[in-house]
Design a protein around this ligand. Structure first.
Ligand code: NIG
Ligand code: FE
Length: 454
């Protein structure tokens, strides 16, 4: 993005700190309150030759460049000519802080000898316990840099790889210490991800031990995640934990129905959870409850891709993965029922080792057969809604925090059509330029796509 220091025209009435002008497409992702649902998912607001005026880290105005130039003068004017400008991406589901890598386990999956997800998580318990707080912090900061350079400005992070209280609190403390990074981190306590081996046969006692951690966890985390899934805990256990977390003042998120139908989606709706995530095996009745409750469905296309879930028998031999319903049909059903849907990376070392929301968006379009407009809403305003942040981010609107991404391409569909390279040009967080991509910028210039001929 080209930076110009303006010669402020003092005849123009209102001074702002920064004007971003001449965007080929300004994709606002502005929706009715509560996010985009149903047919509204396809109504993406785009302002050609768009501009944004920013003062004190907040958006003052959004409109055409012509309009804003008439009203605002600024010391700094950034030209986004030939580029898309969008809200900063919001990643509503990651397991950011952890130790180790599980790439060896993944090669077994390629050879049709998959390990179970819960055993994989227990491996990461060990890797994480072996990592010092300093190492975990250094890795988390490096990972946040990667997320930021791929367009993420707000990111949820869960603990959950602590096999005991000391490690769980270390993970939450590391997360709390990430406040100096430009990416805004929202913390979630996920103490009850899977049952540690030493509690085998004593899941009730394990849930008691997690409930004991809640007063301390609630000082460090805004949400508590519970796992209502065959690899997690029972409805009664999740209810007990979620109610205690609520008492401790925390919001609820749910890993729901990832490996089998456990009623997780209906539970999340009934208990007033902010989100139910994964949902591969959610029943239609439970999705109806979600639509009625406003609980956000958080999709994890990275998992679908990485675990080869749409490729039966990948690697040859007998398919060994659970046969799921056809996920594009499930997502189409969510849209039809009016569920508020978001997209996330689910960044973790086992099922989805990617930090790029760009990649998650590209996979969501491909694997779930979603339109460009649907995916843009899901990765911005709807993701912000799932974190209770849609009042101040997730769309380009006056009053919201000025979190923006300038893309190297001139049309929003190109961000989803292309894959495998970073298309970010510049990231602006609370009105400040915090990341610039040193390669690839600007090659498209003013080139526009032609209407296809048949
Ligand atoms: O995909 N509890 C659930 N599932 C995690 C698995 C993480 C891992 O494999 O380490 C998830 O979100
Ligand atoms: Fe997850």
């Amino acid at each position: 993005m080209e930076t110009r220091c303006a010669d402020p025209d003092l005849s123009v009435p209102e001074a702002v700190d920064l004007l971003v002008v001449d965007a080929a497409e300004l994709v606002t992702c502005r929706t009715a309150p509560g996010g985009a649902r149903g047919a509204d998912l396809d109504r993406l607001e785009i302002i050609p030759r768009g501009a944004v005026a920013i003062r004190g880290g907040r958006i003052v105005a959004v409109g055409t460049t012509e309009e804003l130039r008439r009203t605002f003068r600024a010391d700094t004017v950034l030209s986004a000519a030939g580029r898309v400008v969008s809200p900063g991406l919001v990643d509503p589901h990651t397991h950011l802080v952890h130790g180790g890598s599980r790439h060896v386990e993944w090669e077994h999956l390629l050879a049709n000898r998959p390990r179970s997800i819960d055993d994989g998580i227990r491996t990461t318990f060990e890797h994480t316990a072996a990592a010092s707080a300093e190492l975990l912090r250094a890795r988390a900061l490096a990972d946040l840099d990667v997320a930021l350079h791929h367009g993420t400005t707000t990111l949820e992070m869960k603990s959950g790889y602590g096999r005991d209280r000391a490690v769980e609190m270390r993970l939450l403390e590391v997360a709390a210490g990430l406040r100096d990074h430009p990416v805004d981190v929202v913390s979630t306590f996920f103490g009850a991800q899977v049952l540690p081996s030493e509690f085998r046969g004593r899941s009730g006692a394990f849930i008691d031990s997690i409930i004991d951690m809640l007063p301390e966890a609630a000082t460090l985390a805004e949400y508590c995640d519970v796992c209502l899934d065959p690899i997690g805990f029972t409805l009664a256990e999740c209810t007990r934990l979620a109610e205690a977390a609520r008492e401790a003042g925390m919001g609820i998120r749910v890993h729901a129905d990832q490996t089998g139908c456990a009623g997780g989606a209906g539970f999340a709706a009934d208990i007033g959870a902010a989100s139910a995530d994964h949902l591969d095996y959610a029943s239609e009745a439970d999705l109806r409850k979600m639509a009625a409750s406003g609980c956000v469905a958080v999709l994890v296309p990275g998992v679908t891709h990485h675990l080869l879930e749409l490729i039966p028998g990948a690697g040859g031999g007998t398919p060994t993965l659970p046969v799921k319903g056809f996920l594009p049909s499930l997502v189409a059903k969510m849209v039809e029922l009016g569920v508020c849907i978001a997209v996330s990376t689910d960044y973790n070392p086992g099922t989805s080792p990617t930090l790029s929301m760009q990649t998650a968006m590209q996979l969501a379009a491909r694997l779930f057969r979603l339109s460009y407009a649907q995916v843009w809403h899901m990765a911005t305003i709807n993701a912000a809604k799932s974190l209770g942040r849609d009042h101040d981010r997730g769309s380009l609107e006056p009053g919201k925090i000025a979190d923006l991404v300038v893309w190297q391409v001139p049309e929003h569909g190109m961000v989803l059509n292309r894959f495998g390279t970073n298309l970010v040009d510049t990231v602006i967080r609370a009105g400040e330029v915090v990341a610039r991509n040193p390669v690839g910028s600007g090659a498209w210039g003013e080139e526009r796509s032609l209407t296809p001929t048949t």
